[in-house]
Design a protein around this ligand. Structure first.
Ligand SMILES: [Zn+2]
Length: 180
């Protein structure tokens, strides 16, 4: 056992004999065999038995929220950029025809007025999407902290969190670490 010399007892069997830091199992498992310390090898042998592969190691990976959506620009920034592009386009298209240019300008102006009419709704949606992305990032950070503080009992194949209490089967580790 490396790291903590006194792992907490398992809530299922009451013994700390086969308890390891959950994150340490992962770190040891993804370390190239040539670079593993004897302590790593002993830990992996106890947790997986001989012949553990990446599939077993992945069960101990830090949990993550589903990939975040690409960040959207602020609606005002988008509207301004589109407006500027439209003006540039009008200027290039109707360079020799002032009458058409002004007509085009009125259309762009009407679109701009339309945007201002619905601007509140666009801003509201933007703020909601932004908040959802922030919440997801926060949940991921909390889950990473729980992952770092969790322990694993190889005898019962359970993950547990001495700080929060409770335990879960290894298969349910992502949910246990992600959810409140
Ligand atoms: Zn146990």
């Amino acid at each position: 056992m490396q790291g903590d010399s006194f792992p907490p007892p398992c809530p299922v069997c009451g013994s700390a004999g086969q308890v390891y830091k959950f994150s340490q199992v992962y770190v040891s498992a993804i370390t190239a065999p040539a670079d593993r310390s004897p302590a790593d090898e002993a830990l992996l042998g106890s947790v997986f038995g001989p012949g553990a592969g990446p599939v077993e190691a992945a069960q101990f990976a830090p949990p993550a929220e589903p990939a975040e959506k690409p960040r959207l620009p602020h609606p005002d920034a988008l509207a301004l950029a589109l407006g500027a592009a439209a003006l540039m386009g009008l200027f290039l298209l109707f360079n020799g025809s002032p009458e058409r240019f002004w007509r085009g300008l009125m259309v762009v102006g009407a679109l701009g007025a339309g945007y201002l009419l619905f601007r509140g709704r666009f801003i509201f949606r933007y703020a909601r999407a932004r908040q959802a992305a922030l919440d997801a990032a926060q949940r991921s950070a909390r889950a990473a902290a729980r992952w770092a503080g969790a322990y694993y009992c190889a005898a019962d194949r359970v993950v547990f969190d001495p700080a929060r209490g409770g335990c879960a089967a290894l298969e349910d580790a992502p949910g246990f670490l992600l959810n409140d």
